[in-house]
Ligand binder design. Sequence first.
Ligand code: DQA
Length: 142
Amino acid sequence: GNILILNGPNLNMLGTREPEIYGTETLSDIEEKCKIHAGELGMTVTFRQSNTEGEIVNWIQEARGTAQAIIINAGAYTHTSVALMDALLAVGLPVIEVHLSNIFKREEFRHHSYISPASVGVICGFGSRGYLLALDALADIL
Ligand code: DQA
């Protein structure tokens, strides 16, 4: 099956963005790893990033019919976006929420997620490996 992997705001800055928190890999590095791992699992990946909330909402809506599941790192929209939660609930596909950092070890405002109520599960704190773990989980679920 095809898996839609969505990345939210500022994740295009990975590599140079707060490397002590997010590591030194770029988003392209992560995309490459995901594509290789998906291939090993017999899946394909569509990998996207946007700094614009509405664009991510559109991509979630379009997933119906084109993807079997969604992996999403919504970045800061995780903590603010009812619109992303509603879009994920509307399409009804299995969703896995991923964060590079352990959001529960950080500021209080990062402890709440609007994505979690629409997700099968959440993976955080394992860096880019989280995306690969999410693919593993989907290989079992689907
Ligand atoms: C993040 C965690 C969010 O709190 C933050 O706003 C991000 C990245 C992560 O992957 O650890 O942009 O989603």
